[in-house]
Design a protein around this ligand. Structure first.
Ligand code: BG6
Length: 482
């Protein structure tokens, strides 16, 4: 049965003065407005704790747009701002919700977006319920972190389920809003070439890297409580893994896609202690500038990891014996998110007798910052070759920005907000997926606790602790660093 879709005519934005709202949500909404993708009849009700009038909030929003949205994407900004009103609400107290309900008024469809601390989810939902804002065609989007472990995530999910059915709950993983992440599905399922070799017969291993150059930034309290495993691996990286490893869904709809992803997540084998390496950066240099260590930025010692490398296994027919190496770190030498699919060697080389070596094919899907897909193929080096026949890998490049140079690059949240407004859940995470993700992560965190594993240090501006190199090299694998 197709999922129920209906277009919202109201958007209620909690946490409207927050960082995400300024940097991503307001700019995305304005860009959608500029392109005529959200209607003039969509009224946006913004709310946060700060006492502000609508006029003051519009000024605040204008500043954010001028700062974070390129000029050529702003469109008629004043028209957009006129669609927004503001109601101050302290989410933890019952007051304020009546006023909010009055401001929202009668709606055909209401999209609620909680860009707030998860501790506010429960009181917000009960406040909304009390004033009837969960009734009818109302749906809710939730930002991460959805809990800190399986148990707390269940509590959040239960609280939300008190007021909304699962087909009204939109859990955000902003990586799914990225064009290049969606392109993974196109690459796999809109081409005949890859699927026949997309399995353990032809693939030797997969690497997924999410490297960032930033450090702690200004998120001291959140990050030190969270750490790299929960901040990035639990959500974004496991979603990437699921998209790479999933079986072909029968259609591109929310149920079919998520059914296949959750099967992969549930098939993840619990990690062994020797399959996980953690690290924390110390002072070092990036782009020729020296940067402080994590402990210095934090102002105290900490056992929180800023780097994780792990070897994962998907225990099913397709992936038997194919390790998935995942790594993520802050203060790496460059910002790059990529997926490397390493194919196996050819079964027999006819060129060996002529002294030519062959290397196995490799597919590199760069998600960001460049959006390239590269397949290395073996080719003959031209020449008569007195020293014998020579072969060399040459890249087949698909540079997405060149192929689609006339197309606007969109913010991930534009896709997600539009899908929320239209009620399409395909790119949102279902409860069973989140819980399977936590299951895998909780097991790793228990290992750390049981074995008192502390992160190893690495210098900022390097690719992490040497133990991570050893993790791959034990299997004869080299991380794709170039
Ligand atoms: C967020 C994490 O979910 O993703 C941040 O909390 C991280 O720590 C960010 O920096 C990375 O997102 P992107 O889109 O810049 O890769």
């Amino acid at each position: 049965m197709p999922e129920m879709k209906f277009e919202a005519d109201r958007l209620l934005l909690f946490g409207a003065t927050g960082d995400l709202s300024q940097r991503m949500l307001l700019p995305s909404l304005c860009a959608l407005h500029a392109d005529g993708l959200i209607g003039k009849d969509l009224r946006i009700v913004a709310t946060a704790r700060s006492e502000m009038t609508t006029r003051e909030f519009r000024d605040f929003a204008r500043e954010a747009l001028e700062k974070y949205l390129p000029k050529n994407r702003r469109g008629p900004m004043a028209d957009f701002l006129n669609q927004i009103s503001y109601v101050p609400v302290d989410a933890t107290t019952p007051e304020g919700y009546d006023e909010l309900a009055r401001e929202v008024g009668n709606y055909k469809g209401l999209a609620i977006f909680l860009s707030t601390a998860p501790s506010l989810f429960e009181p917000t939902i009960s406040g909304l319920k009390r004033v009837g804002l969960t009734k009818g065609n109302a749906r809710i989007a939730l930002e991460k972190p959805l809990g800190t472990d399986l148990e707390s995530s269940r509590e959040i999910n239960d609280a939300v389920a008190q007021a909304f059915n699962e087909d009204r709950i939109f859990r955000i993983d902003h990586y799914l809003g990225k064009e290049t992440v969606q392109n993974l599905l196109a690459l796999r399922f809109a081409n005949i070439l890859l699927e026949p070799v997309w399995n353990s017969n032809y693939i030797e291993h997969v690497q997924i890297t999410v490297a960032e150059t930033v450090g702690l930034e200004s998120r001291v309290a959140y990050y030190d409580d969270s750490g790299a495993l929960r901040d990035m691996v639990q959500n974004h990286m496991l979603q990437l893994l699921a998209l790479v490893a999933m079986e072909p869904p029968t259609s591109f709809d929310a149920t079919a896609v998520r059914d296949e992803k959750v099967k992969v997540l549930r098939a993840l084998r619990p990690a062994k202690p020797e399959e996980v390496v953690t690290g924390q950066y110390r002072a070092g240099a990036l782009d020729g500038k020296s940067v402080p260590g994590y402990d210095e930025e934090l102002g105290k010692d900490s056992g929180t990891e800023t780097y994780v490398a792990l070897k994962a296994h998907v225990d099913n027919w397709r992936w038997r014996g194919v390790p998935f190496y995942l790594r993520h770190g802050k203060r790496m030498p460059e910002r790059i998110t990529e997926i490397v699919v390493q194919f196996r060697c050819i079964p027999h080389s006819i060129f060996e007798g002529r002294g030519a070596r062959t290397e196995p094919n490799r597919l590199v899907i760069e998600i960001q910052p460049k959006e390239n897909i590269q397949l290395t193929m073996m080719a003959k080096v031209p020449g008569l070759g007195s020293e014998g026949l020579r072969l060399r890998p040459v890249p087949l490049d698909i540079a997405m920005p060149d192929a689609f140079s006339d197309v606007v690059r969109r913010i991930a949240y534009e896709r997600l907000l539009l899908d929320l407004i239209h009620g399409d859940q395909t790119l949102f995470v279902r409860r069973d997926e989140v819980e399977a993700q936590w299951d895998f992560i909780d097991h790793i965190r228990n290992l750390w606790a049981e074995n008192d594993i502390q992160p190893k240090t690495y210098a900022a501006g390097t690719w992490g602790p040497s133990a991570a190199v050893a993790l791959a090299e034990r299997d004869g694998v080299t991380w794709h660093d170039d």
